[in-house]
Design a protein around this ligand. Sequence first.
Ligand code: ACO
Length: 334
Amino acid sequence: MSRMRAVGILSTGSCVPERVLTNADLEKMVDTSDEWIVTRTGIRERRICSADEASSDLAYQAAVKALEKANVTADELDLIIVATITPDTLFPSTACLLQERLGAKRAAAMDVSAACTGFLYGIATASQFIATGLYRYVLVVGVETLSKITDYKDRNTCVLFGDGAGAALLGPVPSGFGFQAFDLGADGSGGPLLQLPAGGSRIPASHESVENRLHYIAMAGREVFKFAVRVMSSATEAVLAKAGVSKEEIDLLVPHQANLRIIEAAIKRFGLSEDKVVVNLDRYGNMSSASIPVALDEALAAGRINEGDTVVLVGFGGGLTWGASLLKWTFQRL
Ligand code: ACO
């Protein structure tokens, strides 16, 4: 590992749609209440795309901001990874659509599918190419338009999700900084707990699949909740152990934004004060793979990260999947 290059996040950018869907709006659509949603999830509002907006549109806005902040041009990109479960189309990949829109002519492009853990899978993959010296600049975007696959007649799911995009530009940083450890995992036996049943090769789109509402997210909420509380802790512990860092040294935890109660369980477990944990789900709900990069972008914009800080990113999602990453943050680059 010592001969590998150190890799870090050089810049971030984010984009959420303009339209706000509040809990009061949802009260008019399904049998729910602001009080239920806030006490069970912590969510107050979320952003929703317009009918003609797709994932690549949000991804493009977030990507442009990240590139501008780093003063890196699109034609300097070697690889684009888009983490999403709501691609514009099954193929071509959303990464290819983004590559074309950015004019990143030299860049290879691919999508990664790991649901809410997608951004972590994306940065873990991207960093290997840079660490080995094969690539210099890799753009990773977590983007979702979950509103397009959410059943607004199902109160169990429709209160939870929102749309958005977060981008991160990865590149070489001074030795000793950047990513110190990753921990990725999957348990495919839990796949049925959280899925989009139709539209793939198992159940292709048909009149019947549409009538049976199989093109919407189906979730066993209580089971996913228990899994999430468990892996948020175990993945964070694993990444701390791999990096040889104690929980007391965490300066900022950027968790996946699914449910405030899941985040509070992690805060309690690690004895963190609230100022060391980023929470924005009250404004955006669960944006799946976009949640962590948008939260990171907002934390940076608010000046919550300083040179040398220990930053932990941790998430979980459909698959089932989970992941964590520990960085020694730097604003320097090579
Ligand atoms: N409004 C009012 N009542 C509701 C609503 C609602 N929006 N939704 C469910 N209820 C009802 C249920 O029907 C149930 O009623 P019953 O007891 O009569 O059957 C009752 O509220 C309690 O339901 P629970 O499922 O026990 O509620 P819980 O406290 O577990 O909260 C929730 C549900 C918020 C979904 C929670 O389980 C959760 O957050 N799970 C994790 C979801 C998650 O993290 N997903 C992330 C992965 S996302 C990805 O990868 C795309």
